[in-house]
Design a protein around this ligand. Structure first.
Ligand code: FES
Length: 120
């Protein structure tokens, strides 16, 4: 049961233990269930408003690479979170991206820390 810490600079941390059935759920849907106020709009990987910074639980890089759709890669590039070179490195080396869209990122069996922008 992975532990997910949702962190915002102005709020207390939310610590969530994702249920075993979470492996098909997005980070945004889990956050909504636990009333974590992550900003979002389209919920379809197009607007970029749900962008989150993802690390392992201690703030280092995560270990589980995860396929990102072309749509998510494009949005992350358009909003300036990932450069073309960084994206190529992530894909070639099967690395996890430190920037993700919460509405596209699936919960994995790894303890992680997510830093987010809050909904207004
Ligand atoms: Fe629009 Fe996630 S809510 S990209």
């Amino acid at each position: 049961m992975p532990k997910i810490i949702f962190q915002h600079p102005d709020f207390d941390e939310f610590e969530v233990y994702a249920p075993a059935t979470s492996h098909k759920r997005t980070v945004l849907s889990l956050a909504q269930e636990y009333k974590v106020p992550i900003m979002f709009d389209c919920q379809d990987g197009e607007c970029g408003s749900c962008v989150v910074h993802v690390t392992d639980i201690d703030g280092g890089p995560t270990h589980m690479g995860e396929h990102m759709t072309e749509k998510e890669k494009t949005v992350l590039r358009e909003i300036g979170k990932i450069s073309k070179d960084e994206l190529e490195k992530i894909v070639v080396n099967d690395m996890a991206s430190e920037w993700r869209l919460a509405c596209q990122m699936i919960v994995r069996d790894e303890d992680i820390r997510i830093t987010y922008e809050a909904a207004q």
